[in-house]
Every structure is written in structure tokens, then in C-alpha cells.
Design a protein around this ligand. Structure first.
Ligand SMILES: CC(C)(COP(=O)(O)OP(=O)(O)OC[C@H]1O[C@@H](n2cnc3c(N)ncnc32)[C@H](O)[C@@H]1OP(=O)(O)O)[C@@H](O)C(=O)NCCC(=O)NCCS
Length: 179
């Protein structure tokens, strides 16, 4: 369990899958996620079984916020494609509960992932891809300390047109835990 100020990150459970299916079939949630086909519960079961076979460091983490005395799942995040020789990894996140957008949770999740990636996994470079039109996401990543690194021109076909993706990154040497 990774604890932030208002959030905690925990391992995914099988019982989370119906929420994931609902969120990932919501056009607004999936708009910037490069997902163009409907997702079935059967496909999500398959994803879950394969996810458990991944290295522990690359298994996604559920994002939870306080809900009364308990906790409520609002999204998912995690590291993938970790290269241990280069000590580099890609990071990703989505908040499926739309009522929780623009409340600072995305920034807090990224800050916690940076703390975990640099402080516990001993990574040196953490990067992400983001759609150049995903202004809320870009702002959240900037607030967490990410730097604009590259623009992948027309790398993504979305909504009938080619769109740019951005690569943003943080190096261990430029990261401060307060961010
Ligand atoms: C993208 C996402 C992770 C951001 O998380 P979040 O909790 O909404 O982000 P935060 O509240 O921490 O920060 C968002 C910032 O962007 C700003 N913002 C939102 N929409 C904006 C827009 N259209 N233009 C400019 N800024 C915008 C917010 O005001 C906020 O900045 P502020 O705190 O300075 O006011 C979340 O909205 C999400 O999961 N969306 C759906 C899936 C997705 O796009 N995932 C990311 C794929 S890379």
C-alpha cells in the first residue's frame, strides 16, 4: 500500500473489474486513452489473469480516495516496460470517476508514483506519453514535476484525424520529493 495525503495506491483485485469495464467503455474517460474498441468483461478477465503474471513492479495499482470511514476506488495507474539496465520506466494513469477530475488527484497520484519510482524502485528516468490535446493531463504532469521532452507528430489517429502525442519525463537528478 502506497499512501499519499488524500490517496492510497493498492494492488488490483478481481472485484475491481466491473468498475474498470464501466469506466473504459465511457467515451469521455477513454477519449485520450487510445482505446477505440468496446471492452467486455471477458476481455477484462483475460487482462487481469495476464496482469498477475507480470513482474510485481509492473502490476498496476488501484487509486483510492477516502470515503467516510473507508476507501473508494477511482482509477488505476502504474509502471510498465521497466528497463532495469537503463533504470527507465513508463508510467500511466487514468481516473475513471469523472466527478473526481480536476481535484488534484491526478497530480497527487503522479507525485506518489515518482516517490515510489525514485525512492523505492531506484529508477533514474520516468516518462509518459500524453495526447497533445489532453490539457488537463499535461497540466497535472507539469505540476507533479514532469518536463516536456518531445512531440511525436501525427503519431496517433483519433476522431478521424492524426494527432500529436507528447513525451514528458522526470530525471532522478531534477526531482524533489516536495513536488
Ligand atoms: C488526465 C487525468 C489523469 C488528470 O487527473 P486530474 O485529477 O483531473 O488532474 P489534476 O486535478 O491533478 O490537474 C488537472 C489540471 O489541469 C487543469 N485543466 C483541466 N482541464 C484543462 C484545460 N482544458 N485546459 C487547461 N488546463 C486544464 C486543471 O485546472 C488542473 O490544473 P490546476 O490545478 O492548476 O487548476 C484525469 O483527468 C483522467 O484520468 N482523465 C481520463 C483519462 C486520461 O486522460 N488519462 C491520462 C492519459 S495520459
Amino acid at each position: 500500500m502506497l499512501h499519499g495525503n488524500r490517496i492510497r495506491l493498492r494492488g488490483n483485485e478481481h472485484s475491481d473489474l466491473p468498475k474498470f469495464v464501466g469506466w473504459l467503455n465511457d467515451p469521455e474517460v477513454r477519449h485520450f486513452l487510445s482505446k477505440v474498441l468496446p471492452i467486455s468483461e471477458a476481455a477484462e478477465e483475460h487482462w487481469f489473469e495476464n496482469m498477475l503474471k507480470r513482474p510485481p513492479e509492473e502490476q498496476p495499482l488501484g487509486i483510492e480516495i477516502r470515503d467516510g470511514e473507508g476507501w473508494r476506488l477511482i482509477g488505476n495507474c502504474g509502471f510498465f516496460d521497466i528497463n532495469w539496465r537503463n533504470r527507465s520506466a513508463e508510467v500511466g494513469l487514468f481516473i475513471g470517476e469523472k466527478s473526481c477530475w480536476n481535484m488534484g488527484y491526478g497530480t497527487e497520484v503522479m507525485s506518489l508514483l515518482l516517490l515510489h519510482g525514485f525512492g523505492a524502485l531506484n529508477l533514474n528516468r520516468i516518462f509518459l506519453h500524453v495526447d497533445a490535446e489532453n490539457l488537463g493531463g499535461i497540466r497535472a504532469y507539469e505540476k507533479a514535476g514532469f518536463t516536456h521532452e518531445a512531440r511525436l507528430r501525427e503519431s496517433n489517429f483519433r476522431d478521424g484525424k492524426y494527432c500529436d502525442d507528447l513525451i514528458m519525463s522526470v530525471l532522478r537528478s531534477e526531482w524533489t520529493p516536495e513536488k
